[in-house]
Design a protein. Structure first.
Length: 366
């Protein structure tokens, strides 16, 4: 007979921990009731923490769509078994991909979902208070405004994505939930099917704009913006890493101007060029002026694209400090910081991402 051990007694108000036997399998306890399949069943609070949603959302899904505990014994607290949790995870996946709540619930009920692969044991996390995690609220039940539920939330102010497509709404939900894995997967899958330019224009850019506007409006949410930017950079760089071999013998040098901190749009341009088989050398922010000049000399590029978002850094003298003419490289500038009137004659200002990709590709590939 295996010996059953448990963790220390929980503090008042916490869920009872799931016992673990010598083989590492979950045992049973008063707080985790076994079902007919000998698997422990979890409380509403435990499942909510596992999925990163509010307990009220689970109760709404149960009431409206019938996605609640399938084995409810009268007189006992409601407990979710492995099959119940699998359905909820399918519901959540469909929501993150932009399905409406009704469509997601129908999908979760009809698609045969495998049992959850993770252990039913849930790591203890803070409850819903001022220090708790940011959770998706019951607003997932519909609407274009995505809101947060948190003890330090923004008083109901949400992420405005009116008119956005289902992919953008799903990305917004994942970003507000601080679900970095889902943000990256949604972007990577969308770029695999639709391309970098389409995803940037129709999915990523609207969510970035909405998150920025929400931060300006409420004064909070800097962590959402930072996570979204970091995840977007990771997804875009994965396109670069997996791109086919370039066709151009001389690369394109892409770099922010010295001092410029913003670079995500430049990474998007690099990813779109890589997918178009345009080889490049991408340099991130903090590359000093002498480093940029050395990069141009050593790369012998066919074109150079300098990015600037802030007018303070977009000085025409930056173009004079790098040996573009000596390398017979075409000079491009991109970003909102540049003033067309102040540019030298040999520099061309690029517009949208789509236009920039077409123009640079035409220049180096012919």
């Amino acid at each position: 007979m295996s010996r059953v051990t448990t963790r220390p007694e929980p503090a008042p108000g916490e869920d009872t921990p799931v016992p673990i036997d010598e083989s590492g399998r979950p045992g049973t306890s008063e707080g985790a009731e076994p079902g007919g399949d000998d698997e422990p069943r979890l409380s509403v609070a435990a499942v909510a923490r596992r999925l990163g949603v509010a307990p009220a959302t689970l109760r709404t899904w149960d009431r409206r769509y019938g996605l609640g505990p399938s084995d409810h014994t009268s007189g006992r607290h409601r407990r979710y078994g492995p099959a119940d949790i699998a359905r909820l995870e399918q519901m959540q996946r469909a929501l993150l991909r932009g399905a409406s709540p009704m469509e997601a619930a129908r999908y979760a009920r009809t698609v045969a979902a495998p049992p959850p692969q993770r252990s039913p044991e849930v790591a203890e996390q803070p409850e819903e208070n001022g220090d708790g995690p940011v959770l998706l609220s019951g607003v997932l039940d519909g609407g274009d405004d995505i809101k947060l539920v948190s003890g330090s939330n923004t008083g109901g102010r949400g992420l405005k994505l009116t008119g956005a497509g289902p992919e953008a709404r799903g990305l917004g939900r994942a970003a507000l939930a601080l679900d970095s894995w889902s943000v990256q997967r949604l972007l990577i899958e969308a770029m695999d099917s639709d391309g970098v330019v389409a995803v940037w224009q129709g999915m990523l850019q609207p969510v970035l704009r909405a998150v920025s506007e929400r931060r300006q409006r409420s004064g909070s949410g800097v962590e959402v913006l930072q996570l979204l930017v970091d995840c977007a950079s990771t997804a875009l760089r994965s396109v670069i890493a997996n791109a086919p071999a370039p066709l151009n013998p001389r690369p394109v040098v892409l770099a922010p101007v010295p001092g410029e901190a913003q670079e995500l749009e430049l990474v998007a341009l690099a990813a779109a060029l890589a997918a178009n088989r345009v080889g490049h050398r991408l340099f991130g922010a903090a590359l000093p002026r002498e480093g940029l000049a050395a990069a141009v000399r050593r790369s012998a590029p066919a074109a150079v694209v300098l990015w600037a978002d802030q007018p303070h850094y977009a000085a025409p003298r930056v173009l004079e400090d790098i040996p573009i003419t000596r390398q017979r490289a075409r000079a491009f500038v991109a970003g909102a910081g540049w003033s067309p009137e102040a540019l030298p004659a040999h520099a061309e200002l690029l517009g949208s991402l789509e236009t920039a990709v077409a123009r640079v590709s035409e220049t180096v590939l012919g």
